[in-house]
Write a protein that binds this ligand. Structure first.
Ligand SMILES: Nc1ncnc2c1ncn2[C@@H]1O[C@H](COP(=O)(O)OP(=O)(O)O)[C@@H](O)[C@H]1O
Ligand SMILES: [Mg+2]
Length: 225
């Protein structure tokens, strides 16, 4: 599903975001991507989401070879790859419903289908009663749930979550991680970048550790100390 070989990303200032990374992730996996700030987690996500072009190596995501991705293929890639950001990036003047529906409008879904999918996903994240609220009226945890809803409403096969619990208290963070686990059970492949070693150690999933843009370890049911 994701096959990365000797992938490097060098920025214009000669800084390496990724340096010779090789990694294979199967359909339906749940993987933690850990490592200190500046180790390349966001860079890897940006490459997988088609926001940054790799400098060397190969990166196959589903049917797409990212080193040869054309600009007109980006929307198609992003239909299959959803991304959640640490800062919520919700549209402040749109309601929760509108924030989520927007994704489907861009993809030209029909009104009735939009209504159906948005309500399904709000039910999944447990926020049906907030459909007509504005983002500023929601707690941090609720805003992150809406971001998750928005990232999966079009049913992508891969979900990338970049430090999704970075701004949340431990209990709320744990709830969000449980929600990601539930989404994973619906066969969505999930990669979560995080510093939160408590959550990583509690979840006992695969852990890929980055350091200076390089994979230092990759363990099944891993620990992060
Ligand atoms: N747009 C950019 N331009 C130049 N260097 C960058 C850019 N983005 C990230 N970097 C560098 O790439 C390295 C990896 O950064 P990043 O992927 O953001 O790490 P992480 O998400 O693990 O904190 C860092 O050394 C960072 O300074
Ligand atoms: Mg980052």
């Amino acid at each position: 599903m994701i096959a990365i070989q000797s992938l490097s990303k060098r920025y214009d200032n000669d800084q390496y975001g990724l340096n010779d990374v090789s990694l294979a992730i199967d359909q339906g996996e749940f993987v933690f991507l850990v490592g200190p700030s500046g180790s390349g987690k966001t860079t890897l996500f940006n490459v997988l989401h088609g926001r940054e072009c790799p400098s060397a190596g190969r990166a196959q995501v589903l049917a797409y070879e990212l080193t040869r991705l054309r600009v007109d293929q980006l929307p198609i890639l992003r239909r299959d790859v959803g991304m959640i950001f640490q800062d919520y990036k919700l549209l402040p003047r749109r309601t929760v419903y509108e924030n989520i529906a927007f994704v489907l409008q861009v993809l030209h879904y029909k009104r009735r289908r939009i209504h159906q999918l948005v309500h399904q996903v709000l039910d999944l994240v447990g926020l049906t009663n907030k459909a007509h609220a504005y983002p500023r009226a929601l707690s941090g945890g609720e805003q992150q749930r809406i971001c998750i809803a928005r990232a999966i409403v079009h049913q992508p096969r891969i979900l990338l979550a970049d430090e999704p619990t970075g701004n949340l208290d431990p209990d709320t963070a744990w709830d969000i991680m449980q929600l990601l686990g539930k989404i994973n059970q619906r066969k969505t492949t999930i990669i979560v970048a995080t510093h939160d070693w408590r959550i990583v150690n509690k979840m006992r999933r695969r852990v890929v550790r980055l350091m200076n843009g390089t994979v230092m370890s990759d363990t099944i049911m891993g620990h992060y100390a």
